[in-house]
Design a protein around this ligand. Structure first.
Ligand SMILES: *Cc1c(COP(=O)(O)O)cnc(C)c1O
Length: 371
């Protein structure tokens, strides 16, 4: 049986979790959270806070952006529900824009025509860890005075023109869910560009208190200063993650190797399309997907692979066609590619522990299917 996903495990996780327990400080912002912060700070050269999930990092960015009832937020419909939830929870209307068929990212050329006087923010989603056309998006945002919140859930270790994903917009959101490249079970991180907003982010994450300033000795008691919630993860989870961040280069190299192996092995299968990586982008092999002719062919291929003990999955049901998407959003312009391309996309097994021979077997079975 070849699983679709197996959570990354590098070996030191148990030792670090034991250490967190021995520290007798298993709540948030302990030794391992600090170590993760330091690693992420150095890697992204940005202000970073570990959070309980990427969904919560997105929630925090919506609060920090002061998104209010009646505001509009632009994003692709081909994304995970959390991208939209964060803004809908603040009362905003979601405006969906079509994707580019080559990267499955928001089509930057269609953003401007979706802007109204109510638009407050653009939320690019870096699908599969491959960057959106960020120069164009940042230019549009600047011209129309809009905020940019990057959903970089899948983009840890990826770059656009040498810049880490999540560091170009006003806010960036990472996921450390067990299905992502680096994991802590459930978890994420918020990246904040502006230093002043970062102080407010610390407060929102600590139930609206200035406790972080208190711990740094900047105030002699802490108090309730703003609306907030509890968005900091346990140090036990952070300990698990730190073991993986230490090995981030190894994990990244291994995944890229598997990705390249898929790409080479499937190159001559005429019936399918393979992913495209623009030259501006350094990706992180978060996923390997193929595109079949249509949904009917995809269904048959999934079934064939399953009969051969290979598990593959597809996603997302475009948000604009879901019940909540219809209620809280609208699709601007024509759905030329979102639905059509999402119905063709199939994700192949991809994880740190996957073996070369397993990749080759998956490719072999795909070739047999098309023979
Ligand atoms: C995984 C994912 C999320 C949510 O991440 P969680 O950490 O599970 O909350 C959000 N957006 C995208 C694009 C994702 O892939």
């Amino acid at each position: 049986m070849i699983d679709f996903n197996v959570p990354t495990y590098v070996g030191k996780e148990k030792e670090y979790i034991s250490k967190a327990i021995d520290n007798k400080k298993i709540c948030g912002d302990g030794e391992f959270t600090k170590k993760c912060h330091k690693w992420l700070n150095e890697k992204t050269n940005s202000n970073v806070l570990l959070t309980t999930s990427c969904s919560h990092a997105l929630d925090m960015s919506a609060i920090l952006s002061d998104i209010k009832s009646g505001d509009e937020v632009i994003m692709p419909s081909f994304t995970f529900v959390s991208t939209a939830d964060a803004f809908v929870l603040r009362g905003a209307k979601v405006v969906f824009v079509d994707i580019r068929p080559d990267t499955m990212n928001i089509n930057e050329k269609l953003i401007e025509e979706a802007i109204t006087e109510k638009t407050r923010a653009i939320v690019p989603v870096h699908y599969a860890g491959v960057a959106c056309e960020m120069d164009t998006i940042m230019e549009i945002a600047k011209k129309h005075h809009l905020l940019v919140i990057e959903d970089a859930a899948q983009g840890v270790m990826s770059e656009y023109k040498g810049k880490p994903l999540g560091t170009m917009g006003d806010y960036g959101c990472y996921s450390f869910h067990e299905t992502k490249n680096y994991s802590m079970g459930e978890g994420g991180a918020l990246l904040v560009k502006d230093k002043d907003n970062f102080e407010r982010a610390e407060i929102i994450r600590e139930k609206g208190t200035d406790r972080s300033r208190f711990f740094r000795g900047q105030v002699d008691k802490y108090t309730w200063v703003d609306a907030g919630s509890s968005y900091l993860p346990s140090d036990i989870n952070a300990a698990y993650l730190y073991a993986q961040l230490e090995k981030a280069e190894d994990i990244n190299e291994k995944r890229l190797h598997l990705w390249d192996l898929y790409y080479e092995s499937l190159q001559d299968v005429k019936n399918i399309e393979l992913p495209y990586i623009p030259k501006e982008c350094k990706h992180n092999a978060h996923m390997f997907y193929i595109k079949t002719k249509n949904m009917e062919e995809r269904t048959r291929l999934i079934k064939y692979l399953k009969e051969n003990d290979i598990l593959t999955v597809f996603h997302y049901i475009p948000l604009h066609s879901s019940p909540a998407g219809k209620k809280y959003g609208r699709f601007n312009g024509e759905d030329k590619y979102t639905t059509k391309e999402s119905e063709r996309l199939l994700r192949l097994p991809m994880y740190y522990g996957l073996k070369d021979k397993e990749v080759l077997e998956v490719c072999d079975k795909i070739k047999k299917f098309y023979k």
